[in-house]
Design a protein around this ligand. Structure first.
Ligand SMILES: Cc1cc2nc3c(=O)[nH]c(=O)nc-3n(C[C@H](O)[C@H](O)[C@H](O)COP(=O)(O)OP(=O)(O)OC[C@H]3O[C@@H](n4cnc5c(N)ncnc54)[C@H](O)[C@@H]3O)c2cc1C
Length: 236
């Protein structure tokens, strides 16, 4: 249960719209990344815990949220940033619905190695990416990410290139991170032509994980400590 004081702070940042109460849960639906960043900063300052959700499809009554927590949904941050059919890349905001967007692209002869038929109707790009097994083959087809960290900083990493050359790979790190390290706001991914049948697809159940596994290496362990030192993001 969020204290009335903290609830009012968030409602005022949301300009008195885009929030909902469900039992003792408070769910907010910011409609842009600036508002999200302001909310996260405020949460960090006042000890509010954030549970990041897409459509919330994988959450049920058994989920125990902590005192003073809020569900932050990306559902209203749902624009297609671009679809580049020449170079076969696209960027989607995290709240876009996978089935809707790939339904449209399929009719244009464009696909992705994830069987669209295996995906539920309301599943978001952010939710699917955040539940990937981080060693799944599909992770390699995500080439860029944007996310907001616990201090409200917007980080953009990667782009339309196939390889990331920095010391660590933030995409691999964030894949399957289940809302632990920040709110993913957009994802860039490769597209594939469907007409030649060469794009082999996998089922979502085979590449989804229930728990986050930290990639090997000390660099990632340090990154975890730096990204959310106050534990703003609650995951279980
Ligand atoms: C074993 C297994 C089998 C599965 N099988 C299927 C299946 O057959 N069909 C299917 O559709 N789904 C399946 N799923 C669920 C799937 O992996 C995705 O979690 C789900 O589709 C995403 O739904 P959602 O967008 O509503 O995300 P949510 O349920 O809201 O969130 C899913 C997870 O991602 C995090 N998250 C969501 N958005 C963000 C964001 N923007 N930034 C950071 N973190 C975020 C949440 O904190 C949560 O941990 C399966 C999962 C598992 C573990």
């Amino acid at each position: 249960m969020l204290s009335p004081n903290n609830r009012n702070k968030l409602i005022s940042l949301l300009e008195h719209k885009n929030y909902q109460t469900a039992g003792d849960s408070f769910v907010i639906f910011p409609d842009d990344t600036d508002t999200m960043a302001r909310i996260i900063k405020t949460a960090n300052r006042f000890g509010i815990k954030i549970v990041v959700i897409g459509s919330g499809s994988t959450f049920d009554e058994s989920f125990r949220h902590s005192e003073n927590s809020v569900f932050l949904s990306t559902r209203r941050v749902n624009s297609v940033v671009y679809v580049d059919k020449t170079n076969m890349f696209a960027e989607f905001q995290a709240g876009c619905i996978w089935k809707t967007e790939f339904g449209k692209l399929t009719s244009e002869g464009i696909t992705f190695p994830l069987n669209i038929g295996s995906i539920g109707d309301k599943r978001t790009f952010g939710g699917i990416f955040s539940s990937l097994k981080n060693d799944s083959c599909v992770t390699n087809f995500f080439t860029g990410i944007e996310f907001i960290t616990a201090d409200g900083t917007l980080i953009r990493y990667g782009s339309r290139t196939l390889k990331n050359v920095a010391g660590y790979d933030l995409i691999k790190f964030m894949a399957g991170s289940m809302g632990k390290f920040g709110v993913i706001t957009s994802l860039t991914l490769r597209l594939f032509p469907s007409e030649d049948g060469s794009c082999k697809t996998v089922e979502i159940k085979d590449i989804s994980a229930q728990n986050y596994r930290i990639p090997e290496g000390r660099i990632y362990k340090n990154l975890i400590l730096e990204l959310d030192p106050n534990g703003v993001f609650q995951t279980d």
